[in-house]
Design a protein around this ligand. Structure first.
Ligand SMILES: *Cc1c(COP(=O)(O)O)cnc(C)c1O
Length: 240
């Protein structure tokens, strides 16, 4: 019998430990409790085996960008469903909202009211409210998706009123920047907005920001979820 699954599990366990160490060090530098930062493992383009191995190493929350790929993985891993949290983090088209409302626990990439309304209408009654974040296009956001900082408060208030959603907070994907100070600026902008919305009365607890290359900057600026792919699973191959 091949011991490949075993080696995959070992390799992922080491990478996960490294990422937890990075989070702990950044949290300590920020005077924060490392437990206040949740690690979301971004498994897009990686096979269900990799998710299973990461789960065996203690990882619970997984992020996916492509609806069909995610549905296949969720189905393959149905035996683990109760111990996994599935987070949708990719661009979401109207015609894909039903599948996401039915199969995910979180959506980080809500970038307009219409998508939120559909997710709320389509969330099955026997499931708890879908946790969502409003994606904000902080200056120079690489993906170009997301509401503007100026529109965020109004859209957030409308989303917060939808019955089958629970608005948890804000998400952003800043453009890749080289040094720590430059990386911190857009994250700080998102945190300032987050704090303003809380003062306005929204019960938000989530700042979804930081990826493999800017995890430290995000934790220093208050991230409560970091979305990490490459540093856990390795480089992605989009050719398959
Ligand atoms: C792919 C992706 C990530 C993970 O990026 P890495 O640089 O591989 O850590 C995080 N967030 C979003 C929205 C993504 O699409």
């Amino acid at each position: 019998m091949s011991d490949l699954p075993h080696r995959l599990a070992e390799h992922l366990a080491l990478n996960l430990a490294d990422v937890h160490e990075r989070i702990a060090r950044a949290a300590q530098a920020a005077g924060r409790d490392a437990q206040s930062v949740m690690l979301l493992a971004v498994s897009k383009t990686f096979r269900a085996d990799a998710v299973r191995a990461a789960r065996a190493a203690g990882q619970r929350a997984f992020g996916e960008n492509y609806v069909q790929e995610a549905l296949d993985k969720i189905q393959t891993l149905a035996d683990l469903r109760a111990s996994l949290e599935w987070h949708f983090i990719g661009p979401l088209q109207s015609n894909k909202t039903r599948a996401v409302a039915e199969h995910f626990d979180w959506v980080h990439s809500v970038d307009r009211l219409k998508i939120a309304q559909r997710l709320s209408e389509q969330r099955p009654d026997d499931l708890p409210p879908l946790n969502v974040c409003l994606q904000v296009n902080v200056s120079g956001e690489a993906s170009k998706s997301g509401v503007t900082v100026g529109d965020a408060a109004a859209v957030a208030q409308q989303i917060a009123a939808l019955p089958k959603l629970k608005l948890r907070g804000l998400m952003s994907i800043p453009e890749p920047l080289g040094d720590l100070d430059a990386q911190r600026a857009p994250h700080r902008q998102l945190r300032v907005l987050f704090e303003r919305l809380r003062v306005d009365g929204l019960a938000l607890d989530t700042l979804s920001m930081g990826m493999s290359a800017d995890l430290e900057a995000a934790v220093l600026e208050g991230a409560t979820i970091v979305r990490i792919g490459t540093a856990i699973f390795g480089a992605r191959d989009y050719s398959r």
